[in-house]
Design a protein. Structure first.
Length: 202
């Protein structure tokens, strides 16, 4: 089956979910370049809470330069020694990096056939990596789309327990300007996903 044929078999709602997972993952993996800022500025949203967060992101993106975004990203996530936030599962769940949550994630990645990208040096439990994994499981990037039960299990284990807290911290971080509405959109999206997965649970 070609990727185009696979795409047609993915429900529109799931494709949109995957797109948002991928989009947030790209914003959090590295500072946005001009193309990604332009894509962000072109977004539109409805009157829902998520739609309002997307509109806010669009407004801020239209006034943000790549240089400003890079400075903000550095202050938030890199810093001198460390950034304002540490966007890792292990840190949020244990207070330390490279702990048991990372080992558990690596086990699940092996079972799902997800390999570490050779050009990524961050631990796999970085929020950007987890969001990209969710998108890939939805679209079949790692072989074929996983079942709703398997994706719910992955979300509940590796994302649900802490991602909402992280996005809330990002929303209110003192260095957040462009990333404040990214935090808002991520927080609301995580709430929507958690509620949707709860509704599908047996």
């Amino acid at each position: 089956m070609t990727s185009a044929e696979l795409e047609t078999r993915i429900a529109e709602e799931d494709r949109l979910r995957a797109d948002l997972y991928d989009f947030l993952g790209r914003l959090l993996a590295a500072p946005p370049d001009q193309a990604l800022l332009d894509k962000s500025a072109a977004l539109s949203g409805d009157e829902s809470e998520l739609g309002r967060a997307i509109r806010a992101l669009s407004r801020v993106a239209s006034a943000t330069t790549p240089q400003a975004a890079e400075s903000e990203y550095t202050a938030l996530f890199i810093g001198v020694g460390r950034g304002e936030l540490l966007p890792y599962t292990s840190y949020y769940l244990t207070g330390f990096l490279n702990e048991k949550p990372l080992a558990a994630l690596r086990d699940d990645m092996r079972m799902l056939g997800i390999g570490r990208s050779p050009d990524v040096y961050e631990p796999e439990d970085h929020i950007a990596s987890l969001l990209e994994m969710m998108a890939g499981m939805i679209t079949g990037r790692f072989g074929k789309p996983v079942s709703i039960d398997r994706s719910r299990e992955f979300f509940d284990k590796h994302i649900g327990p802490w991602a909402g807290h992280f996005f809330t911290d990002l929303e209110g971080a003192k260095n957040s300007v462009f990333y404040a509405p990214v935090g808002s959109a991520g927080r609301v999206f995580m709430e929507i996903e958690k509620e949707a997965f709860q509704m599908t649970a047996g």
